[in-house]
Design a protein around this ligand. Structure first.
Ligand SMILES: [Zn+2]
Length: 379
């Protein structure tokens, strides 16, 4: 991810720190300055933040490990001040699988909280447990020993672990807010999908997610907790983007390559000069081309970028074959989802469409795809 620093790889998944993570340290320093914290208290606070992010990281690994069970790889995990993101290659399609993957993250924090509370419970004197929890959460002081109402002294270490346990509880509650695409929203979408199907479920979940996110933005502004507002805005955009993706994919799944392919297209010759390609690009509407040899056999493709490269050099007398790349061919009955993933995700400007015998029937290019989706969505 851009602007991120790789810190390590664990279980085959690289972990990145986003540059904005540095703001956390600035925030700690600023906070320490403004309330006059000593060195020990500042170290205490820094350690707390770092442990908290370790819990966030384990939460993301929860998602990643659950996804791996269903054959979904995780590209990387990125830590940002507003939390972590495990970037899965895709979401599992089966609602139950998505449910498991979504809930696996918060489940990790439940386990951490339970383990911490058990350790704390075993360590403190009998009878003081509840009182300690209460004063640990109520006090604004950090670092030094804190006395509870009936005089128990709580060590900074104890205070630290109580605080960390509580933060994990807060993490669970916060993540389970049904604001799609946050974890709770994904759980909600997965449950709805079992009943309504994925496209409709996503529409509802995204709508609810945006409504809740808008409230988060408002609550953040109201309480001057701007992190909350930023998170809200992030959720609004993410919900929209993911809903758009799902609706488009649903639309595409109902059509085949044959429905979009263009049977008439320009054939470039591999032994022609690049000048021919430049002129064709300049005076026509096509941006990407298939390249054929003298026997009219398909030998590659030439994208707009390749032609522009030749234009800049200027490399007009070089043969087209020098610039051509390997062409991608789909079957005429292939789903448009496959064609779209080649064009949108893998970045092919144009793909050829052929039948069983390998005969080329037409092409589908970027513009054709965009135009098709726009027409169908406008219906
Ligand atoms: Zn999560």
């Amino acid at each position: 991810m851009r602007g991120s620093l790789k810190i390590f790889t664990w279980l085959g998944i690289p972990v990145f720190l986003h540059w904005t993570f540095g703001l956390i340290f600035l925030y700690i320093l600023w906070h320490a300055q403004s309330v006059g914290l000593g060195t020990i208290e500042t170290v205490w606070l820094t350690a707390l933040f770092m442990s908290l992010f370790l819990c966030v990281l384990l939460h993301e690994y929860g998602h990643a490990i659950a996804a791996r069970r269903y054959g979904v790889k995780t590209r990387d995990i990125v830590l940002m001040p507003i939390g972590g993101v495990a970037r899965l290659e895709r979401m599992p399609e089966k609602p139950f699988h998505e449910f498991v993957v979504a809930i696996a993250g918060p489940a990790v924090n439940v386990v951490i909280a339970v383990v911490l509370f058990v350790i704390i419970g075993l360590t403190v004197e009998e009878g003081s447990f509840g009182e300690m929890l209460l004063s640990a959460v109520q006090t604004r002081d950090i670092g030094p020993e804190i006395a509870t109402e009936s005089g128990y002294l709580m060590s900074p270490t104890m205070h630290f672990f109580i605080y960390l346990a509580f933060t994990n509880v807060v993490l669970v509650i916060f993540n389970m807010i049904p604001a799609f695409p946050m974890d709770g929203g994904r759980v909600f979408r997965a449950l709805l999908s079992m009943w309504l199907g994925r496209p409709k479920a996503t529409k509802i979940a995204a709508w609810l997610g945006q409504a809740i996110a808008l409230m988060l933005v408002a609550a953040g502004l109201w309480s001057s907790d701007f992190m909350l507002s930023i998170l809200g805005i992030f959720v609004i955009y993410a919900a929209r983007a993911e809903n758009d993706n799902v609706q488009t994919e649903d639309l595409l799944s109902r059509y085949k390559a044959r429905d979009v392919m263009r049977p008439h297209f320009t054939h470039l010759r591999s032994n022609d000069w690049m000048l021919t390609a430049i002129e064709t690009l300049r005076h026509g509407l096509e941006r990407h081309f298939l390249v054929f040899d003298v026997n009219d056999r398909l030998v590659g493709m030439l994208e707009e970028d390749d032609i522009v490269r030749a234009m800049r050099k200027p490399d007009v007398t070089t043969e087209i074959s020098q610039y051509a790349q390997r062409a991608e061919i789909v079957h005429v009955e292939d789903s448009l989802v496959k064609v779209s993933s080649l064009i949108r995700q893998r970045g092919f400007g144009i793909v050829g469409v052929a039948d069983e015998s390998g005969a080329l029937l037409g092409v589908i290019d970027e513009a054709g795809m965009v135009y098709f989706v726009r027409m169908e969505e406008g219906k």
